[in-house]
Design a binder for this molecule. Structure first.
Ligand SMILES: Nc1ncnc2c1ncn2[C@@H]1O[C@H](COP(=O)(O)OP(=O)(O)OP(=O)(O)O)[C@@H](O)[C@H]1O
Ligand SMILES: [Mg+2]
Length: 256
């Protein structure tokens, strides 16, 4: 059973169709990277799947649980609040700009949701948080505040925060694009190590070498549709669509 099934997702903003019938399945342990030009709908797709946006029509199921399906009138019909909340617990999202709570310590940023949402004891949550900080090479930063950390460190805290909820699937929306090149590498290393541990992940990225290297499958999106998808070898090495070729050549010519 796929961890995520999204079928024929459509989403418009004020009459502009941003997602035009996107379908994607993600299997357990699979790493999917999503590439494509700015404005192609990559973030909107992640936001729709993780319930930060609602869809207009289409179907989304997570771990076999239906979040939304298209009703008889052709419009999206969401499951009840309890189901939506339950499904949200299966998913973690790491943003481009970290989104840590500035007034909480690093440790509390990580323990807050496990305590308040999952009902873990403070001791239990802190034990997990410290283990995750150790894994992120940030054991000494538990009592620091986000503003005292580098961007790369803040992003590693936000990855630890997502992992503390023990999600079945983790989404990353351009996790390195707010970082200096030298800090980018440390985040890519963390994501790669999660891939080695068979964490199920969907990673939107402009880092083409990384998208190729870490993925089991690559999706190229443009103008709200999936133009091309396949293994990294297929999409990067044996590109079929002219649109994909044009996009990739821009990266090649700039040496990125
Ligand atoms: N909340 C919103 N209200 C109105 N329009 C939106 C909203 N969010 C996104 N859009 C529009 O939807 C389109 C797709 O945006 P989206 O952020 O999904 O693109 P993207 O592929 O993530 O781009 P980038 O690579 O620049 O992050 C854009 O035209 C954008 O202006
Ligand atoms: Mg985006």
């Amino acid at each position: 059973m796929p961890v995520l099934t999204a079928h024929n997702i459509c989403k418009s903003f004020g009459g502009e169709e941003v997602l035009k019938g996107i379908s994607v399945d993600v299997e357990k342990g699979e790493v999917l990277t999503v590439i494509g030009p700015s404005g192609s709908g990559k973030s909107t797709l992640l936001r729709c799947i993780t319930q930060l946006e609602t869809i207009d029509s289409g179907e989304i199921s997570v771990c076999g649980d239906t979040l939304v399906k298209t009703g008889s009138g052709g419009k999206a019909e969401y499951s009840d609040r309890a189901a939506c909340n339950r499904i949200a617990l299966h998913m973690g999202l790491v943003f481009q700009n970290f989104n840590l709570f500035p007034h909480f310590s690093v440790l509390r940023n990580i323990t807050e949701a496990p305590v308040c949402v999952l009902g873990k004891t403070k001791e239990e949550a802190e034990k997990t948080a410290r283990a995750l900080l150790q894994k992120m090479d940030l054991a000494d930063k538990a009592d620091a505040y986000p503003c005292q950390l580098s961007g790369g460190q803040q992003q590693r805290v936000s990855i630890a925060r997502a992992l503390a909820m023990n999600p079945d699937i983790l989404f990353f929306d351009e996790p390195t694009s707010a970082l200096d090149p030298e800090l980018t590498g440390e985040i890519l290393k963390v994501i790669r190590s999660l891939a080695d541990e068979h964490m199920t992940m969907v990673v939107v990225t402009h880092e083409m070498a990384f998208a190729r290297d870490v993925a089991d499958r690559v999706i190229f999106m443009a103008e709200g549709v999936i133009v091309e998808q396949g293994t990294p070898e297929q999409v990067f090495g044996c590109t079929q669509s002219e649109r994909t070729k044009a996009f990739l050549s821009r990266f090649n010519s700039t040496g990125v």
